[in-house]
Design a protein around this ligand. Structure first.
Ligand code: DC
Length: 203
């Protein structure tokens, strides 16, 4: 069974995807981490994340980089959003993600284009969302030293870049179920996600 989980930053999609993977005993791939690795590698090499050639030259990701805690910070998220605009970067990361999705037994993948591009044939697709205010508050709780207004501005900029790009923009697949987590605890959102997947696979 392949489960595709897409949505904007801080929507809860990562937590939901991890919980679904544990629930169904499936391997999980956080595809955002791949773009974060390319973004950080591009910056570390002195390249310009907005230049396609610079970013495309940094798509050979090694396993050590994927465990680097720096990949989790907001700066890495912004770099990822910038390098993910480039078709050459998306093409370089495509086969790895598709192979992961198609492994025997299936998988759970979360990102921006899983239901639309990487696994359009997924058995269940969820599009997780939440209001920008709620998403910024969640990020603020994780890092209370950061300024709330800056976090909100960063989230809005990232939403615009991820949704308005021409290469595989963030959008809900036509056959995806929408789950708005704005007023939900994570536990409630996970229960709802499992119910949506169950309803899909019983159809
Ligand atoms: O899910 P995340 O916040 O770790 O993703 C970081 C950035 O990577 C996101 O702003 C856009 C890009 N991304 C993408 O373009 N496609 C994906 N499947 C996953 C992430």
């Amino acid at each position: 069974m392949i489960i595709a989980v897409d949505g904007p930053a801080a929507s809860g999609k990562g937590s939901i995807a991890r919980a679904l993977a544990a629930h169904y005993g499936l391997p999980h791939l956080d595809t955002g981490l791949l773009y974060r690795a390319v973004g950080v590698a591009t910056a570390r090499s002195g390249g310009d994340p907005d230049q396609e050639a610079d970013a495309a030259a940094c798509c050979c990701i090694d396993d050590a980089l994927l465990t680097d805690p720096e990949l989790r910070n907001e700066a890495a998220g912004a770099l990822a959003s910038r390098v993910s605009q480039h078709p050459a970067v998306r093409a370089a990361l495509f086969a790895y993600q598709q192979d992961f999705a198609r492994q025997k037994g299936g998988a759970v993948l979360d990102g921006r284009d899983i239901g639309t591009v990487i696994a359009p044939d997924a058995d269940a697709k969820l599009f997780i969302t939440a209001s920008s205010d709620v998403r910024a508050k969640r990020r603020h709780l994780e890092d209370s030293h950061a300024d709330y207004t800056d976090i909100l501005a960063d989230i809005l900029a990232r939403d615009a870049r991820d949704s308005e790009r021409s290469a595989a923009p963030l959008r809900q697949a036509e056959d995806a179920d929408l789950l708005d987590t704005s007023d939900m605890t994570i536990a409630a959102a996970v229960q709802r996600a499992i119910a949506l997947v169950e309803a899909r696979i019983r159809r």
